[in-house]
Design a protein around this ligand. Structure first.
Ligand code: FES
Length: 138
């Protein structure tokens, strides 16, 4: 599979501004007993292939990127590039996510580093779907 670059302009890359937004309804998720639970009915971003949200709050130990992948499955990643801690975005059609920074590190859905400045893999989290709820175990 040939690598390509997600389009971000140079200013976005320098400043590390990712394309993925926080959920439009921030109350669509909560964190309890080591699990993030996302109510899919209230997270329309995840209803489409390559839709994504980033979950960030002091209650969770790590920033998390959640995507619906090219294959229609859900994936959750530590949203902190192992090169310089910038955030990630999904790469439509590539089954990969890419760092928003200049180094453009790319990881596959298993978190394995594919290319870019990073040398280490990124952590991924198990995701299950239970009765309309996405359960991410941190
Ligand atoms: S911070 Fe991700 S490539 Fe540098």
């Amino acid at each position: 599979m040939q690598n390509k670059t997600l389009h971000r302009n140079i200013f976005q890359r320098i400043l590390g501004i990712c394309a993925t937004k926080k959920p439009s309804d921030e109350s669509c998720w909560n964190f309890e007993e080591g699990k993030i639970i996302v109510d899919l009915a209230r997270a329309p971003e995840l209803a489409i292939v390559n839709g994504a949200i980033r979950l960030e709050a002091k209650e969770i130990p790590e920033r998390v990127l959640v995507i619906q992948g090219d294959d229609g499955q859900y994936y959750a990643f530590q949203n902190r590039c192992t090169h310089g801690k910038r955030r990630l975005d999904p790469m439509p059609g590539m089954q990969q996510v890419q760092c928003c920074s200049i180094g453009k590190s790319i990881y596959n859905y298993n978190g394995k580093i594919i290319s870019g400045s990073a040398k280490d893999d990124i952590r991924t989290y198990p995701v299950t779907v239970d009765n309309g709820k996405l359960v991410i175990t941190l």
